[in-house]
Design a binder for this molecule. Structure first.
Ligand SMILES: NCc1[nH]cc(CCC(=O)O)c1CC(=O)O
Ligand SMILES: [Mg+2]
Length: 343
């Protein structure tokens, strides 16, 4: 390339290498950028995870998740109303369980009057237009913080599945619309489907956490549900190894064959390759969970003034859509939906 350009010559040469296709042309105006935007986020893409706690009164802040709180059942109902008004289709319920309600088998999971069941009934009653998703896993209820039952120092798959089926049934009967098995036991989707069908609950949907990785990005969530101090060891014998992608395809294939209506990848931001891959490979409604740690990361940086939180929020959520996700579970849901409605 010559150093001193004669403009017309340079322009001709650039036209020659680009074929005259100047890709910046479409980026000139807000209107033209909007016109050609390939994917768009909408409030209907969002699922709002809500933490519920016993008792009445004011929300309890979760320190590691600025802007997120544990709500009483009445306040959870208010959140569902807010979701409806914002156009958010689904809320996901997670219980904060104190030590005294936990045991080594997670018995509280099967109590039809447990917090999640009471919150489901209250929301169904007051705001029937909003869908309810409930996690199926024992970690909010076990004294050791694991998602299943321990047997000789390991999590017993089949014994756990049996309890998880009963947990799913109790939740579905309380008004939960979508069962979200997040436990990663083998065969649980089929067994849960069978259990629900046998009880006449054919319409209850299953969104399986198909590819759920053993991740550092769940830390703040475990604070929020009270499991962090209790968890013994880690979850690597049932949650996936972060080095694996082929295995995610096998996991998703199994869950789909077993009857999952929708699949999910978790965490989300650091596993966008998996989201894109599963969405393309199976063409099933594929969801991503922007987890507590991913949320906290953005909030912490924004809180320090290190990045523009509002923009980082929208950009991170849009990335899931671009990767092919049908929707996103995100603690940003109400804020993002409000921003999208403002336009
Ligand atoms: N099975 C429990 C469960 N369901 C959702 C999350 C994490 C959600 C988040 O980090 O936002 C976890 C934590 C875990 O597996 O330890
Ligand atoms: Mg599996």
């Amino acid at each position: 390339m010559v150093l001193q350009h004669d403009r017309p010559t340079l322009s001709t040469r650039i036209d020659a290498v680009t074929g005259g296709r100047r890709l910046r042309r479409l980026r000139q105006h807000d209107w033209s950028r909007r016109l050609v935007r390939e994917t768009e986020l909408s409030p209907a893409d969002l699922i709002w995870p809500i933490f519920v706690r016993e008792g009445a009164g004011a929300d309890e802040a979760v320190p590691s998740m600025p802007g997120v709180a544990r709500r009483s059942v009445a306040r959870a109902v208010e959140a569902a109303r807010e979701a409806r008004d914002l156009g958010i289709p689904v809320v996901a319920l997670f219980p904060f369980t104190t030590r005294d309600r936990r045991d080594d088998r997670g018995s509280e999971a099967l109590n039809e009057n447990n917090l999640v069941c009471r919150a489901s009934r209250a929301i169904k009653d007051a705001v029937p237009e909003v869908g309810i998703l409930c996690d199926v896993a024992l970690d909010p209820y076990t004294s050791h913080g694991h998602d299943g039952v321990m047997r000789g120092g390991r999590i017993d798959n089949d014994e756990s599945v049996e309890i998880l089926c009963r947990q799913a049934l109790v939740q579905a009967r309380s008004g939960c619309d979508i069962i979200g098995p997040s436990d990663m036991m083998d065969g649980r989707v089929a067994m849960i489907r069978e259990t629900l069908d046998a009880e006449g609950l054919r319409d209850t949907m299953i969104m399986s956490y198909a590819a759920k990785y053993a991740s550092a990005f769940y830390g703040p969530f475990r604070d929020a549900v009270g499991s962090n101090d209790l968890l013994k060891g880690d979850k690597r014998t049932y949650q996936m190894d972060f080095g694996n992608a082929e295995e995610a395809v096998r996991e998703a294939a199994q869950d789909i064959a077993e009857g999952a209506d929708m699949i999910m990848v978790k965490p989300g931001m650091v596993y966008l390759d998996i989201v894109a891959r599963l969405a393309a490979e199976f063409g099933m409604p594929t969801f991503a969970y922007q987890t507590s740690g991913e949320y906290a990361m953005i909030e912490a940086a924004a809180g320090n003034g290190w990045l523009d939180g509002e923009r980082a929020m929208m950009e991170s959520l849009a990335a899931f859509k671009r990767a092919g996700a049908a929707g996103i579970l995100s603690y940003f849901a109400p804020r993002a939906a409000a921003a999208l409605r403002r336009g």
